[in-house]
Design a protein around this ligand. Sequence first.
Ligand code: DGY
Length: 320
Amino acid sequence: MKPKVIVYHRIPREIKAEIEEKCETVYFEHLNSPQDPHFLQELKEAHGIMGTKLKVNRELLDRAPLLKVVSTISVGYDNLDIPELTKRKIMATHTPDVLNETTADAIFGLLLATARRISELDLYVKKGQWNQMIDEDLFGVDVHHKVLGIIGMGRIGSAIAKRAHLGFDMKILYHNRSRNFEAEQKYGARFCSLDELLAESDFVCLMVPLTPETENLMGENEFKKMKKSAIFINGSRGKTVNEKDLVAALQNGTILAAGLDVYQQEPIDPENPLLRLNNVVTLPHIGSATFETRFKMAKLAAENLVKGVTGERPPNLINP
Ligand code: DGY
């Protein structure tokens, strides 16, 4: 008998076929709540589940007595309770590496858009407001030859450093749990304390995973340590930043601007004050979302899932 799996995310047809070859598969392409009775019913018999963002915690696992694999279609896995999964001998897998370059493109694009006020100026032109000489009101700030501070020099952080160093002649500072010698050698990145990075950088780019140590890493004190002319970019997770403090820092001129791909609450509440600030550029948590990369992520997640439920070791196991 084939193992049973649930896929709670829309994935390409070819990848569905690959999973179906080895598994009995149930799809929930638009799962709105883990409390969905049909989903809970299927979960009782599932050996594997695959998708994104679903909070896999003790409560959910209590409803999944046969589960062997949880395959998230993302590199980040803060939505998975890893200690609880490990205790229950359930494999957790993710999709690293295939999204590094694409996410770095998006985050570097966000940095450029924020520095050069691209979304604001796009609207200015489209709304027919360009009826006089452009003057200082619309100027941005240079990116090239500036100092970029990367907090979290992992795989994606390094891909951002590559763009900044090779394409924009930027000086790179970084703060990380451990030294990244490759980034130091290839991109001239210099390891330093968080305080030094905040004080010296023209752009502070946050790329850490969300963990108890990084939750609220950036708050009032940290924003105060940044230059008044500095721009903050968040490509990690919303909860790494105290959003109220960020709003205050942007409103009172503690920092110049922010480019954000992630938020405390996603989708973001339309009433969130961040959305009313002209010095904020927003994206809807879309760093890895290109056709090519999302395909690769789904393919990798499917391989992790199928291998896990058929007794092979998945290539991207998080818990040993
Ligand atoms: C990831 O892969 O972790 C991206 O942030 C999408 O969730």
